[in-house]
Ligand binder design. Structure first.
Ligand code: HEC
Length: 152
């Protein structure tokens, strides 16, 4: 019995911090950060090829760009729920300006869709086409971060 108790206590000690974090994190914040991470996951492939750190592969480039395009079209309204700015909840870098300028923020989201679509059309053609679409795509991410994300 004491051995079982010790084992249970160990399991509890390992499991509890994780649970506490999951409960502290606002689910809307977690969802939008996950979406952003998936943007970065796909952009990383395209950027790596554009900078010749990864060999150009038309199929891989095309798949990453297509994924990014579809991710950019995800419905994000709930993720940016009112009251989830960095002054109101823990664990987010989203500035209150997002909710003061909702239309402009949505225009930045729309600009990402446009840039991702251009990349989807270019990425599988050849490396030069991919490189040509990279600037616009990078700017679509960067412009929004510059205005609406707290610098680290
Ligand atoms: C419409 C605005 C907007 C666009 C467009 C945008 N982002 Fe973001 N991004 C944000 C905001 C705001 C945050 C902070 C979110 C938070 O912490 O709740 C963020 C956070 C991130 C993070 C950190 C996520 C985390 O786990 O904390 C990454 C990575 C990221 N963005 C990558 C990208 C990439 C790559 C693109 C382009 C393909 C992009 N973003 C486009 C607004 C945007």
């Amino acid at each position: 019995m004491p051995r079982l108790m010790t084992a249970l206590a160990t399991v509890a000690a390992l499991a509890l911090p994780g649970l506490a974090n999951a409960q502290d994190m606002d689910p809307n914040v977690a969802a939008r950060q996950s979406l952003m991470d998936l943007y970065a996951y796909n952009l990383g492939v395209l950027g790596g090829m554009a900078q010749a750190r990864i060999d150009y592969d038309a199929d891989l480039a095309s798949a990453a760009a297509t994924s990014l395009y579809h991710l950019s079209m995800a419905g994000t309204e709930r993720m940016w729920a009112e009251g989830t700015d960095n002054m109101s909840v823990e664990g987010t870098r989203a500035l209150p300006a997002i909710w003061d300028n909702a239309e402009d923020f949505e225009a930045h989201e729309a600009a990402l869709v446009t840039a991702a679509e251009a990349m989807m059309e270019a990425a599988g053609t050849d490396l030069a086409s991919l490189q040509g679409a990279m600037g616009g795509l990078g700017r679509a991410c960067g412009a929004c971060h510059q205005t609406y994300r707290q610098p680290e």
